[in-house]
Structure formats: C-alpha cells, structure tokens
Design a protein around this ligand. Structure first.
Ligand code: DSN
Length: 422
C-alpha cells in the first residue's frame, strides 16, 4: 500500500518528507478516526490540492485582481463561488478565507469595532475560541459575553441567550461551535438577533456537510452571515468559506481582502470547487444521513455500556462523552484510545470541574468512518473497543490495548481510505 497519488518524484528528491507522508497515510489507514472535525477527502480533492495552482498570486476577486495572468484562476474561483451558492442556496459566497478562524475574524472586521460587545457560546460549553474566548484575539479586542447550556439538558439555553442579548446589546451574535451534539435552532437565534439589532453569524464549520446533504436545518434565510470550514463534514480540503445575503456581501469581501488576507490559496480553491461538486450529488445526501445514523448508533451503544453522553445523545455527527463515572480523565483515555487504534480528542464537558488541558470528557464524530464505509452495524463493536480500552487505561492494562489495536487493523484492512491503496 502506498500514498495515492504516488510520490516517486518526492521520494527521490526528499526521501525524508516522502517517508513521513507515507507513514502518515499508513497511520490514517490503521486508525479508526473519530475526531469530529476530521474526514478523508476524495482522491479528486487530493489531486486538485496538489496542482500548479499553488504557484499563482491572485489578490482581489474574479475580474478585479492586482496581478496579471488570471484567465484561468478567475474561472476556478468563480466555479467554487457558484457551486457554494448553489449547494447552500446562498446569495453570496466568499471562498478565500484560509481557515475557520480567519473566516470568523472577517465577520468581526466587517461588522464590529474593537471594544464592541459580541455574544458567543462559551468554549467549555461547546463554543469556539474565535467566538470571544479570552485567550483569542476575539476575546482580547472585543468585549465578549458568553452563553452556555442548561445543566439538566446539556442543550443551549435560548432564554439565557435572549436575556444576555437584551442586557448587553452585542454587535455580533455567534450561533454554532465545536462540541454541540444537538440541532442548532437558527430561527430562534435570528429572532433574538433581530430584537437587539445584532448581526447573526452562524458558524457551521462542523455541520456544513450535514446541511449540504439535508441532514441538519440550514441557517440560510435566518443568519445573514454564515462561516464555515470546508474540511469537516463537508469533506473538502482545509479551507473556509463565508456565505451571506446580498446586504452583507460587500462588507464580507472587503474584510477578507484587503482587510485580513493577501492572495487566496488557489490550489485550495480548486479543491473546494471539487468538494462542492461532490456535495451537490445525490450520493452526498445519503452520506450526510449515514453520518448521523452512525453517530446515533454509536451513542446508543456507548450508553448501553454506561457511558454518559452530554445531552443524552446526538442529532448530528458528534458525541460528547463525560468519563467521570468511568473514573478516568479525558486525556489519559484519549491517549490510550490512540494506542488502541481509535483517534479522537479529549474535551471539556459543560460545567467541567477539571482544566481544559486535562478535562473530563472525550469528543467523537462519525464523518470519517462513514466516508470509509463503516455502518451502524459496526458501532456496537467500536463501543466495545472504546469500553475495553477505557477500562484498560484506568487499570494500566497495556496488553489489552495492544490486542485491540490488532483487532482494529484487521477490521480496517477491508475499508481502505482514499489516498492510500495498493
Ligand atoms: N479544530 C476545530 C475542531 O476540532 O472542532 C476547532 O477549531
């Protein structure tokens, strides 16, 4: 098995880097990837990413560039923009943000001034750093106000969001985050934003693919500004986009360039166009629904084994598990699971008494294993491996962990990943 496309020139020119890439491909093949923000892109997306488009500077937008030679780049970017608008039903799309954090920063630059209040979900409750968390520039340069989830339900407390919005009258309200296992109520957020005249920014980085595939309600028509990465459930290259209505389009474009960024990464733009082409196909709808079916099945199997799921389950691709009752911290559990062949990340849970670097929980997502072809029938076995590994981690039983890694390699040998084959 080798990396695909094959890397003979790289191997000859720089065997050290080629060797690391080959080893990473093998590592990805041999692990059950449950990192909720990761996926495996198609061979076509991989190929588009590694093209001569990386050689071109194209500051500006199609038809209005600061460099010559844009005959083809303009077409590539226009294709990505038109496909984004069509897949999501949005009036406007900017496909240039380098990743999710710069996309969110563009929303700040477009619609707020330093010192303005912004309302976002607290990081330990499931929000993102760029929604105003204190260590982020967004929490230092703006005045953050934070909402959380209800302790009894683990779900966003919309009454609290409304009260905070009325009390603080923020310029921006962020809906969305990185560890939210439940459907986001975009119409309710929109009503609150309207009441206080704030710009609602829906950060759909985690659920963009589910929205594209009809497995989560869309914020289009509710949030005038929508930011997203392109590499999570949407299964594109590492990158980002901002969708908006006509009213907010100009400010977004100005904020991305020249406000925050220089030249767009054209090879990434091409790969985003390819991924959006894939997302427009009927198979992608099946894929999006299969992701959710896998997450629900994995959640049920974990619950049956006594794992405590934040909010009791999931509506999307993501599960947040509180390991307190298993008497092991999230970090040692995640590290043991990685040794066992299951990669995920340790995560705070709402109202976590432990610190973010050593929290009580783990976060799981099913977009990558669904791409690989695993189905709900596989989830009881995955839950059993997780259970056995977590128990082994608590008792220091490394032999069990090594045995599970072999069982997992055996299963995965029948489910190759794109980008690594014979
Ligand atoms: N890294 C993203 C995630 O894992 O959800 C957030 O930045």
């Amino acid at each position: 098995m080798t990396h695909q496309p094959a890397l003979p020139t790289l191997a000859a020119a720089d065997p050290e880097v080629a060797g690391l890439v080959e080893d990473e491909a093998k590592r990805q093949h041999e692990k059950i990837r449950l990192i909720a923000s990761e996926n495996y892109v198609s061979q076509a997306v991989l190929e588009a990413t590694g093209t001569v488009l990386t050689n071109k500077y194209s500051e500006g937008y199609a038809g209005k560039r600061y460099y010559e030679g844009q005959q083809l780049i303009d077409q590539v970017e226009t294709l990505a923009v038109e496909r984004a608008k069509s897949v999501f039903g949005a009036a406007h799309a900017n496909v240039q943000p380098y990743s999710g954090s710069p996309a969110n920063l563009a929303a700040y630059l477009a619609f707020a001034k330093p010192g303005d209040k912004v309302l976002g979900m607290a990081l330990p409750a499931g929000g993102h750093l760029t929604h105003g968390w204190s260590v982020s520039a967004t929490g230092k340069w703006f005045e953050p106000v934070r909402y959380g989830v209800r302790k009894e339900t683990g779900r966003v407390d919309l009454d609290e969001v409304r009260e905070l919005a009325l009390q603080h009258r923020p310029k921006l309200i962020f809906a969305g985050g990185t560890a939210i296992p439940r459907t986001i109520d975009f119409p309710a957020f929109a009503e609150i934003a309207r009441e206080v005249d704030a710009v609602l920014v829906a950060d759909i980085a985690h659920i963009a693919g589910l929205i594209a595939g009809g497995a989560h309600p869309s914020p289009v028509g509710h949030a005038p500004v929508i930011t997203t990465t392109t590499h999570k459930t949407l299964r594109g290259p590492r990158g980002a986009m901002i969708l908006s209505d006509e009213e907010h389009a100009k400010a977004i474009d100005k904020a991305v360039f020249p406000g925050l960024q220089g030249g767009p990464h054209n090879h990434t733009t091409a790969a985003i166009a390819v991924a959006l082409g894939e997302a427009a196909k009927p198979e992608f709808r099946e894929y999006a629904h299969a992701i959710v079916a896998n997450a629900v099945a994995l959640g049920e199997a974990l619950s049956e084994r006594g794992f405590e799921l934040v909010s009791g389950g999931t509506d999307n691709h993501l599960l947040l598990v509180d390991l307190t009752s298993k008497q092991v911290g999230g970090k040692p559990a995640a590290q043991a699971l990685d040794r066992a062949g299951i990669e995920l990340n340790y995560n705070t849970v709402p109202f976590d008494p432990r610190k973010p670097f050593d929290p009580s929980g783990i976060r799981l997502g099913t977009s990558a294993i669904t791409t690989r072809g695993l189905t709900p029938e596989h989830q009881p076995q995955i839950a059993e491996w997780i259970d056995r590994t977590v128990t082994a981690a608590a008792t220091g039983d490394e032999a069990t962990i090594t045995g599970i890694a072999a069982e997992i390699r055996e299963l995965l040998s029948a489910y190759p990943i794109p980008g690594y084959s014979a």
